[in-house]
Write a protein that binds this ligand. Structure first.
Ligand code: EPZ
Length: 440
């Protein structure tokens, strides 16, 4: 039986939601516990699918994981780590990309690691070439097999001088989780510096690691012999915060996002104000609301931090369908992140996709055959439609489009949204949304 979400649109979302730890930090922090020789505690844990997946992946590697749902905390005891079989890893990895980040810790602990075929959202090819390249530079042996990739470190792992072709978040995390216990110094140039990376660095430093971040995207790690455990409160999920902020704009509503942090949303808040959204910052959150006037069109280019984040692009595109005029969105991080606009076009939005770099910064995809720019004309009246969720952020964007649309929408595939949005149906209902879940 599949679930069907029926949405009656046209009601502004009003009220309060709570955002907890970042989906793009918590699973990595859980993997970091594997590096320790003592238990670790992580707080501010959201109840999302990705946490369940990593909990089971840690368990099959012998880590005792206790998830206190009430307190929203996790304790992870890595003192009896063991190898897991390929099929165990494959079974538990499901559609997550997290297994690739187990490589460093497992090679330090067990001398080898296994990466099954990776999933994740279909917003691009999502190759792992940078990951494999940095692991080889640490001295790892990469052995591609039919069922996946076996990585081993017969001579141990040595610090290395590395430079990423693009400031990849995942590859930077790969280097951090490997270099901290590698012998000698590692220097990583052109590193990612997202807030989630800084939070992971704080965790590793608590465990005993020596890591410095220079202003020129260079991270320097002095390998140590032993790491202890950590006690840490995960940073709030800036992507979920930005999604609810966009929901307030699109439905002409007013939402207080408890847990939202201004420091991680600077580029988003600038854009939010330019389009005609209003916000007020409080100690424990941010209030977002529609300013009441016509939304303003704008030119938006996604980029790595501190630029406008690619995961904020999809909800913001829905808001731009309501702006009075022509907007341009140039997606520079993923080559195929406009698939979700097809459903918006069926709902009445006017969106044309282009292969050119329609922004001021030509990107990696410019000369290649990818529809990675969008021209959006508005305002367009949205009407209900049947929608199948394509990916996590695209799915949430479809929900807010359906909530702003006239009439009824029937949405399938909403399970994908559980991967990154904690209790989103309860939150929508709490904000006054007219939604009904049924089996079909
Ligand atoms: C993380 O993905 C996030 N996911 C993504 O959020 C986010 O969009 C992305 O960082 C960028 O900020 C998690 O943290 C779980 P990348 P990651 O390595 O690490 C290319 C969401 O919706 N690349 O920075 O996989 C890659 O194809 C998700 O929450 C290579 O070419 O992203 C992409 O074009 C979606 N080779 C670009 O770099 C590699 O080996 C950025 O990828 C690695 C990456």
């Amino acid at each position: 039986m599949a679930t069907l979400l029926t949405i009656q649109g046209g009601k502004p979302l009003q009220g309060r939601v709570r955002v907890r730890g970042a989906k793009n930090l918590v699973p990595k922090a859980m993997v970091a516990s594997l590096l320790g020789s003592e238990p670790s505690e992580l707080r501010n844990i959201p109840e999302i699918r990705d946490v369940e997946i990593v909990t089971s992946l840690l368990a099959i590697h012998g880590v005792k994981v206790d998830h206190d749902l009430e307190a929203g905390s996790l304790t992870m005891d890595p003192r009896e780590t063991r190898n897991a079989t390929y099929s165990e890893i494959d079974t538990h990895a499901g559609d997550s990309r997290i297994p690739i980040l187990f490589c460093g810790p497992l090679m330090h602990k067990n001398g080898e690691a296994f990466i099954p075929d990776l999933g994740g959202c279909r917003i691009g090819d999502r190759p792992i070439d940078y990951h494999l390249e940095v692991l080889r530079n640490f001295g790892a042996v990469v052995d591609k097999q039919p069922s996946g990739i076996r990585i081993s470190a017969p001579k141990g792992l040595l610090g290395a001088k590395l430079e990423l072709p693009y400031p990849s978040v995942g590859a930077t995390e790969q280097v951090l989780l490997t270099a901290v216990l590698a012998e000698g110094i590692t220097e990583l140039k052109n590193a990612a510096v997202e807030p989630e990376i800084h939070d992971l660095i704080q965790i590793l430093q608590q465990m005993g690691a020596i890591i410095s971040v220079n202003t020129d995207r260079t991270i320097r790690i002095e390998g140590v012999e032993r790491l202890s455990g950590y006690r840490h409160r995960a940073i709030p999920d800036r992507n979920e915060s930005a999604s609810w902020a966009s929901a307030a704009l699109v439905t002409q509503g007013d939402i207080y996002v408890e847990g939202a942090a201004q420091r991680d949303l600077t580029a988003f808040l600038n854009t939010y104000r330019k389009i005609g959204g209003e916000f007020e910052v409080y100690d424990d959150g941010i209030r977002f609301w529609h300013g009441g006037g016509a939304l303003q069109p704008l030119v938006l280019e996604t980029d790595v931090h501190p630029g406008f984040m690619t995961d904020w692009q999809q909800p913001m595109v829905v808001a731009l369908t309501q702006a009075a005029g022509v907007s341009i969105v140039h997606e520079t991080v993923y080559e195929n992140r406009f698939g979700f606009t097809h459903a918006l076009q069926r709902m009445g939005a006017s969106i044309q996709l282009h292969r050119e770099c329609l922004g001021s910064n030509p990107c990696r995809f410019g000369q290649r055959n990818f529809l990675h720019s969008a021209v959006i004309s508005g305002p367009s009246k949205l009407h209900g439609a049947d929608i199948d969720v394509p990916d996590l952020r695209g799915g949430f964007s479809h929900l807010i489009a359906a909530l702003a649309a006239e009439g009824t929408s029937r949405v399938t595939g909403i399970e994908v949204i559980n991967r990154g949005y904690e209790k989103f149906l309860d939150k929508l209902t709490g904000l006054g949304a007219d939604v009904e879940l049924s089996e079909r």
